[in-house]
Design a binder for this molecule. Structure first.
Ligand SMILES: Nc1ncnc2c1ncn2[C@@H]1O[C@H](COP(=O)(O)OP(=O)(O)OP(=O)(O)O)[C@@H](O)[C@H]1O
Length: 627
């Protein structure tokens, strides 16, 4: 732990909300000591919570063994047959299929992930007593069963968000984490949940379902879309394989009876979309009173206008233990300040973590923006697809994801592509759930290598081999653009994102230019001109609400900095990392790296800098930044 400070709850930070009329299902009434939360643990942040920068990992990675190189040092272990007696999962063969090979291997071969791309990634953490990051999975006490599954997944070492986030949650802390798309956030919240349940809960003793058939999971993972819930469910099942932990999923659009039937067999980790979950709670099929871990994936989306009411109901009015009793984790690639502020209602003394130039696209994604008038878009798309199929050789099918604005547009585009000889399918919110699942499956398998989608497919979906994302219609919000293009360039792989820009997209121009510059992309001069002249200047949601760039700052500090502060560049991070006291170009941060301590010890907090005896330069700070 970095015992850098001792913070007490600031009374001003305590937020109260008007009470709402609350429906409590019969089975929850007067039974739960936590069912009224008027005195819940307040958020114990102070606006001047310290921010820590961590050095890049370059040079600190554990030495590679002799296992590199074809055929050398590969560890062959006896093939493990699944032993289903200890895993009461109703359909274990699904899992067997997912593990293409259940052999446990230490080899770095076949992992398919280029960990080197993460070496220089900048990391910031703010809050009190921040646990130290881990360099390897072995350094974290995850338990043998989970470690075996990590090896089965061929995860050789943690991605940066995993290195930093897992120790935070394992230390019992709440977390708001912001990390680039495709950087492994799912495992970052699943691993500590699984490990915690194995250590602290009575798994397998029938505790997760009572005699009246009400299931009481220990962990709840909420996500905004049905497909993402299914994906997290599959991941969590893989990670829990052979541990005895039961994972279930609840999402709408399919008959509830099948899902209820599964719940009756018990559930330790429930992955759900909010609407279906509320339905199940109201039918007295799920109780939240034993929840120890609550994770919100795509947390900014979960708390924006579309979902906030439902999330509040689930978290605050359905008997779930309050913040401080349960542990809460919020993850996303983007975190606007206004949403961060809302989220504090669900958190207690949390750590805010940003990994990477957060909210920005990774540099692994090559971004191209073309000026195309609406009337010419189909022609241009056709040319792109023809060029692309000409390049596809080696019999390998690359997958292309095309984003359009409307559901009708998606259907019409699907029909047009098919009529023109392309194997396309479409996914959007008006399709029946079975059709949605069929579309996604045929895309994933390559049977239909072109998927036309609305934003329903923008967040979280992890489809390997998506090499090209085309924004046929650009979204209105830059965060949506970040999530959309993040369907490619995942897990260290590279990808291409093409956007068709026309006059009506000019409000997005400024944020698009800044995003592209952050990701070191070539920005066409016409787009820069649009950015300079368009109404995007001063436009509210188009560019990083609250002024913090790419949603990557702890709003507790950002509000104190008067907003508008620049995120530091890699060069700046490196400067800090190599031991030089330095001032961020915009005066946003002061950061030092201590050779003795091995980590950066000072940050935005002048007290923190002073405390470690380093010179502190107020010279370039933004006026009023510390008030
Ligand atoms: N430590 C690891 N080693 C190798 N691969 C990993 C590791 N962690 C995650 N992955 C793989 O990286 C891919 C992306 O992970 P994941 O879907 O969790 O990303 P994400 O950060 O949640 O993305 P998004 O922001 O789009 O939701 C997945 O295919 C996952 O299996």
């Amino acid at each position: 732990m970095y015992a850098t400070d001792s913070y007490t709850t600031s009374p001003q930070t305590r937020r109260t909300r008007p009470s709402r009329s609350t429906y409590l299902p019969p089975h929850l009434r007067n039974t739960n000591p936590h069912s009224t939360f008027s005195d819940h643990t307040p958020n114990s942040y102070t606006p001047d919570s310290p921010t820590h920068r961590f050095p890049p990992t370059r040079g600190r990675a554990p030495p590679r063994g002799r296992g590199r190189g074809r055929g050398r040092g590969r560890t062959y272990l006896p093939r493990i047959r699944p032993t289903f007696h200890s895993n009461p999962d109703p359909n274990p063969f699904e899992i067997f299929e997912k593990f293409d090979d259940l052999e446990i291997s230490e080899s770095e071969e076949n992992t398919g992930i280029n960990y080197d791309v993460y070496d220089d990634i900048p990391v910031e953490a703010s809050g009190s007593d921040i646990p130290e990051p881990a360099n390897s999975f072995n350094e974290i006490d995850l338990g043998k069963a989970l470690n075996d599954n990590i090896k089965r997944c061929k995860y050789v070492k943690p991605t940066p968000v995993q290195r930093y986030a897992i120790p935070v949650v394992m230390a019992g802390r709440d977390l708001m984490a912001c990390a680039q798309t495709g950087s492994g956030k799912t495992a970052a919240f699943c691993f500590p949940i699984i490990s915690g349940i194995l250590k602290h809960c009575n798994v397998g003793l029938g505790s997760s379902v009572n005699h009246s058939g009400v299931a009481s999971p220990f962990a709840l993972i909420l996500s905004p879309t049905r497909e993402l819930s299914c994906q997290i469910h599959e991941e969590a099942r893989k990670f829990s394989y052979d541990t005895g932990i039961k994972v279930a999923v609840a999402y709408g659009g399919t008959p509830i009876t099948h899902q209820l039937h599964k719940l009756e067999k018990g559930v330790d980790i429930l992955v759900a979309t909010p609407g279906r979950l509320l339905d199940m709670i109201e039918r007295a099929k799920i109780s939240l009173k034993k929840i120890k871990y609550l994770a919100l994936d795509e947390a900014d989306r979960m708390l924006d206008m579309g979902f906030e009411r439902q999330i509040r109901k689930v978290v605050e009015q359905m008997g779930m233990p309050p913040p401080g009793v349960r542990q809460t984790m919020l993850f996303s690639a983007t975190f606007p300040n206004d949403i961060q502020r809302l989220a504090t209602d669900f958190l207690s003394n949390y750590i805010f973590l940003t990994v990477g130039k957060v909210g920005s696209s990774t540099e692994l994604i090559a971004q191209r923006v073309e000026f195309v008038q609406d009337i010419n878009k189909r022609d241009r798309l056709m040319n792109l697809l023809v060029e692309q199929s000409a390049k596809e050789n080696n019999g390998k099918r690359a997958l292309t994801l095309i984003f359009v604005e409307t559901k009708r547009g998606a259907d019409s585009m699907e029909g047009w592509l098919c009529r023109n000889g392309f194997q396309a399918t479409a996914i959007h919110g008006d399709k029946a759930q079975m059709e949605r699942e069929r579309a996604l499956r045929s895309f994933k398998t390559g049977a239909r290598p072109i998927l036309v989608a609305t934003d329903v497919a923008a967040r979280g979906l992890d489809v390997p081999h998506v090499t090209h994302v085309i924004n046929y219609d650009l979204p209105k919000d830059i965060d949506d653009y970040v999530h959309r293009i993040g369907r490619t360039g995942r897990a260290g792989k590279s990808g291409l994102a093409t956007a068709f820009f026309c006059d009506k997209n000019s409000p997005l121009a400024k944020s698009l230019v800044q995003l592209m510059q952050e990701a070191k992309q070539r920005v066409p001069s016409w787009l820069t001109q649009y950015a300079e002249t368009s109404a995007s200047y001063g436009s509210s949601r188009s560019y990083r609400h609250g002024g913090s760039k790419f949603g990557g700052h702890d709003f507790r500090n950002a509000t104190n900095m008067g907003g508008g502060s620049d995120y530091y560049s890699s060069a700046y991070a490196n400067q800090a990392a190599y031991g030089e006291p330095c001032i961020a170009p915009s005066g946003a941060f002061t950061s030092y790296y201590s050779a003795d301590a091995g980590f950066p010890v000072a940050s935005v907090d002048s007290y923190a800098a002073g405390a470690y005896g380093y010179p502190y330069n107020h010279g370039s700070l933004v006026a009023g930044a510390w008030n």
